[in-house]
Design a protein around this ligand. Sequence first.
Ligand code: AMP
Length: 210
Amino acid sequence: MKLILLGAPGAGKGTQAEVICEHLNIPAISTGNIIREALKKGTEMGLKAKSYMESGALVPDEVVIGIIKERLAQDDCKNGFILDGFPRTVPQAQALDEMGVVIDKVIDIEVPDEKIEQRLSGRRVCENCGASYHTLYKPSNTEGLCDKCGGRTVIRKDDQPETVRDRLKTYHEQTEPLKEYYAKTGKLVIVEGQEEVAETTKLTLAAVEG
Ligand code: AMP
């Protein structure tokens, strides 16, 4: 199954991608994680993306399209995949179509902006493996340490309140039009993000299977 998860930053795409990944045994591909990894390694792509990412802007289309082309060509994508954070613009969606990728479903997780701002202020990520936590909704077993690898959990630079507002603006201007793009194909399913992660997960899995 080939799936796209749409939604604002902080809507819970990453968490839902992990659940579907385990459920269907297909890889979850996050362009944000790939870029953060490249940044950490100091690769040319990482350096190119750095200033955009830290200011809450989108990395140029040609860079992320290149990343996705390379990643989807890998063996583990043969039986399907979940795209988390790609596409984020109409030209990115068109590039995916042009690659001949036929998407089965696009799941849009909807969460109001006020909730997003509140959620992102509690988000913590492992600086070592990228696992995501939340001080209220998904705390790690030991505060400040990752359950998976024991790394330090930190606030992402782009989760600072001013940057979050810029990211939401970018989302509404550049990513939200994708809802209409995919609604036209009949593949869009809307999931209302719930207070409890487990409740959202139930709705997401029902959307995947329905
Ligand atoms: P995320 O972890 O998905 O919130 O992504 C973090 C940041 O990486 C975004 O704010 C963008 O700067 C960049 N990024 C990730 N995916 C994309 C994409 N598909 N298009 C452009 N920029 C992206």
